[in-house]
Design a protein around this ligand. Structure first.
Ligand SMILES: [Zn+2]
Length: 308
């Protein structure tokens, strides 16, 4: 092939790869983990704006005018659902958006938080006007759940941009294969940790789906949201529990206050493990800049603290 032919061929390839130099589809995602998943499925056809960024707390978030602008410009809005983003519906309304709001966790089997047995409600909680058990929003901590997210994201992108159907399906299939490999890796690593050592403390209760999927026991002084502070009574109860059950390690999360977990470690002698990424990715240079990296980073921190 002559140089001229090669250049012409290159030009043709470039042209074929970006038909009619289409603008990417603008979409918004509520928080960093979901933003990464949408970007994986969307590929080059999609531009994702994320509202709650790296190390940010999606439970308690005050949207700014810049966030309203991202929503107003988005053709599709993605949220986790399961009551994570209590602020979203108001934001979408105030932004004047008519974009579909896609609940990524739709179809996932939600975990309900059981009423604490120590509260003495006689086993019923309908004495407060029938209030329901809180739903645990952290479904992304189980890899099989994220495959449900990916399928929902694919369907929503195909609906918004039917011309990209083949691309979205190919991206989703490739990413689902990576998720399967990740899931197998997590199971293999936990299989090497004795069952009686698979017990940890985290500050807020973000690893329930992880625990159910991979066989851990988690104790958390704060509930499933970071909104409510742990009570002195809850902290005292956990300190007793760590001592009585000899729970080997406590972990700090990237989105919560360190001091509570540090105090529990100090009073019980439990080891402080590394930082876990529960509700947000790390920044670009950090150990958890993507969902896949986040799950691997958490796995390393958890198993290395519990093995020895
Ligand atoms: Zn959380």
């Amino acid at each position: 092939m002559t140089l001229r032919h090669a250049v012409a061929a290159l030009a043709l390839t470039a042209f074929a790869a970006s038909p009619a130099s289409a603008e990417p589809l603008k979409v918004a995602a509520s928080f960093s983990i979901l933003g990464d998943l949408v970007a994986q499925v969307g590929g080059d056809r999609v531009k994702v704006e994320t509202l709650v960024g790296p190390d940010g707390d999606a439970h308690v978030f005050s949207p700014s005018p810049a966030d309203a602008k991202k929503i107003a410009e988005a053709k599709v809005v993605f949220e986790n659902g399961l009551a994570l983003e209590g602020w979203m519906s108001r934001l979408v309304k105030s932004a004047g958006s008519r974009a579909p709001v896609i609940v990524a966790a739709n179809g996932v089997k939600a975990r309900e938080m059981k009423e604490d047995a120590g509260h003495g409600h006689g086993g019923r909680d309908d004495d407060e006007g029938g209030h329901a058990h809180p739903i645990d929003p952290h479904a992304w901590q189980s890899v099989p759940n994220v495959k449900v997210y990916v399928a929902n994201i694919q369907d929503a992108l195909v609906a918004a941009d039917p011309e990209g159907k083949a691309d979205y399906e190919a991206n989703a299939a490739a990413y689902a294969a990576k998720l399967d490999a990740l899931d197998a890796e997590i199971r293999a690593a936990w299989a090497k940790v004795p069952a009686e050592r698979r017990r940890i403390i985290t500050s807020h209760d973000a690893f329930g789906y992880y625990a159910d999927a991979y066989g851990l026991q988690i104790v958390a002084p704060q509930g499933v949201s970071t909104e409510a502070e742990a009570s002195a009574k809850d902290v005292a109860r956990i300190i007793r529990q760590v001592k009585a059950e000899r729970i080997p390690a406590v972990f700090i999360e990237n989105v919560t206050d360190k001091r509570l977990v540090q105090r529990i470690a100090k009073e019980t002698g439990a080891k402080i493990g590394g930082a876990l990424y529960s509700d947000a990715l790390s920044g670009k240079g950090g150990p958890a800049a993507t969902y896949l990296d986040m799950m691997r980073s958490n796995l390393r921190e958890l198993t290395s603290a519990l093995q020895s």
